[in-house]
Design a protein. Structure first.
Length: 77
């Protein structure tokens, strides 16, 4: 999944959360540095649709609203 740090220049890190059904609950699966430009999830089964939210975190601890509900289906083969 692509990340665009230029959208949130104030961010010091990103949090990636995942759910296997749209709407939650979402579980945190990654905490990435501010310079991250992509994330690859290796914890999903082939042919499964997974939903993601990404939030940006500021130095003072403030968190953005989630970007997502991104639905991604891993190829079956």
């Amino acid at each position: 999944m692509p990340l665009d740090p230029s959208d949130t220049p104030w961010a010091v890190r990103w949090t990636v959360t995942r759910d296997f059904g749209s709407g939650g609950p979402f579980a945190k699966i990654a905490d990435l540095g501010a310079g991250a430009i992509a994330y690859s999830d290796t914890g999903t089964a082939r042919g499964t649709t997974t939903y993601y939210w990404v939030t940006a975190l500021a130095a003072d601890g403030a968190e953005s609203l989630p970007a997502g509900d991104w639905a991604v289906t891993a190829p079956a083969d």
